[in-house]
Design a protein around this ligand. Structure first.
Ligand SMILES: Cc1cc2nc3c(=O)[nH]c(=O)nc-3n(C[C@H](O)[C@H](O)[C@H](O)COP(=O)(O)OP(=O)(O)OC[C@H]3O[C@@H](n4cnc5c(N)ncnc54)[C@H](O)[C@@H]3O)c2cc1C
Length: 418
């Protein structure tokens, strides 16, 4: 079976690997000159079933409204983005009930758990190095009331396979001793042992190398210009380096997925939500984090990546604008200084900004729609690094008409009000 995977981010490359393993003749079409050059380049790096909560929650509308007035808010809605956002925004608001928030979060959790297990299996099988650690993640709270409220969900999550422990500040500092000097600033933390972290780009590029060795053809520097269809089948893809035709197509173009499907009359509800990260070298001898952390008060994710520490956050609704706005790093730098005053070398920052492919309800979109040989594998939002391997494995099964091992309820378009 000849399969064209459109997009060489972590999601597309993982699908290409599992398809090739299943016996497909795979071509990956990617507009950059290497894999993981866009959203998969410098995300925080957390492998985070513990961070699976859907963004559409009962608190979200209030947070978004307040963000119009607060230029420092972690979540920001720019007024100029509103005309392009109304349809996605209405669907997002519909998902903000308690019931839908819980349902969407559990669907994401199912995929996250499956995916992290798949990724770790791949790592062992292929000996991939990506500055990983499997030390779990600490979700830090500065306010006792917020910690108490977060802890209310742990029994429900445990019933769905996610074990979380509640710790006071001293307990959190025992898990990650780098927090001991600043424990007085914390109320405590939830600890998720299954979480971890790693460099998404390093993993993706290494997996692309293993895929190429297995026979996957990478057409780098090829921009998909048009997808052509006849009836309910895709016939070919026109790229800047010539046409590509295959028996099946996998759409993994991240935030560009809806723009390429629009001309075919297919609406994909994916909005580009901008995020930022800054990476610093570890300062030898200082107290730097040993694991993945989230400062829940400031909504900043933190990951230890070998001899570097990455801080990331912000969710800016501003259309397809990828420019780096230097002021956006203020909050992350403040958290870095506040928690690890001597642990990182602030004089050597690497800045990055990118667009998360967000669906209104949170889970990605997998499987077919109107065209029987086009498989969506897109819309992985804020935890796409975590969900990529599980999605890729499921897509390979679908292409070969095998029943995926993961329950796809809530992950395909069927039954979703998008
Ligand atoms: C600040 C930030 C922090 C994050 N932190 C985490 C985290 O800690 N954990 C986690 O799990 N996730 C995290 N994420 C989310 C994660 O990075 C994304 O969900 C994931 O990278 C999406 O992968 P993708 O392959 O779908 O998209 P991409 O990596 O963007 O891949 C899509 C590919 O398609 C290519 N493409 C697009 N259009 C065309 C075209 N016309 N022709 C050819 N190629 C094209 C692009 O070049 C790109 O390589 C974070 C994201 C951000 C922004």
């Amino acid at each position: 079976m000849r399969v064209a995977v459109l997009g060489g981010g972590v999601v597309g490359v993982a699908a290409a690997w599992y398809l090739a393993k299943a016996g497909a003749e795979v071509t990956v079409v990617e507009r950059n000159d290497q894999a993981a050059a866009e959203c998969s380049f410098a995300p925080t790096g957390q492998l985070a079933p513990g961070h699976c909560g859907a963004w559409a929650s009962p608190r979200a509308p209030g947070i978004l409204l307040r963000s119009l007035l607060d230029s420092d808010a972690a979540l920001r809605l720019r007024l100029h983005a509103l005309p392009g956002l109304w349809r996605w925004g209405l669907a997002f608001l519909r998902e903000c009930t308690e019931e839908r928030y819980r349902r969407n979060s559990l669907i994401k959790l199912r995929l996250c758990l499956d995916s992290v297990a798949s990724l770790r299996q791949l790592r062992t099988e292929l000996d991939i190095r990506y500055d990983h650690n499997d030390n779990g993640a600490l979700f830090l709270h500065r306010d006792p009331a917020h910690l108490e409220s977060a802890a209310r969900d742990i029994d429900a999550l445990a019933a769905h396979g996610l074990k979380l422990e509640v710790h006071d500040a001293a307990g959190a500092a025992r898990i990650d001793p780098s927090l001991a000097p600043v424990a007085g600033k914390l109320a405590g933390a939830l600890y998720s042992p299954v979480d971890g972290s790693g460099d998404c780009a390093a993993f993706t590029r290494a997996l692309a190398g293993h895929s190429a060795a297995l026979g996957v053809a990478f057409r780098y520097g090829s921009a998909v210009e048009r997808i052509e269809a006849e009836g309910d089948r895709i016939t070919r893809v026109v790229t800047s380096s010539g046409p590509v035709d295959a028996e099946a197509y996998v759409l993994s173009l991240g935030v560009e997925s809806p723009r390429l499907m629009g001309p075919l009359g297919v609406h994909l509800p994916i909005y580009p939500v901008k995020g930022y990260s800054v990476t610093f070298p570890v300062r030898p001898g200082g107290a730097a984090p040993r694991m993945a952390l989230v400062d829940e008060h400031n909504l900043v994710g933190i990951a230890r990546l070998g001899d570097r520490v990455r801080f990331a956050g912000k969710a800016v609704f501003t259309g397809y604008d990828t420019r780096i706005v230097p002021e956006m790093f203020g909050g992350m730098r403040k958290v870095a200084r506040d928690l690890f005053p001597d642990g990182i070398d602030e004089s050597k920052p690497s800045y990055w900004a990118c667009l998360r492919p967000m669906t209104p309800d949170g889970p990605p979109i997998l499987g077919i729609g109107r065209h029987k040989n086009l498989f969506f594998n897109t819309g992985h939002g804020h935890v796409g690094w975590t969900m990529a391997c599980g999605s890729g494995r499921a897509i390979a099964d679908m292409v070969f008409e095998k029943k995926p091992s993961i329950d796809l309820d809530g992950l395909t378009l069927a039954g979703r009000e998008l």
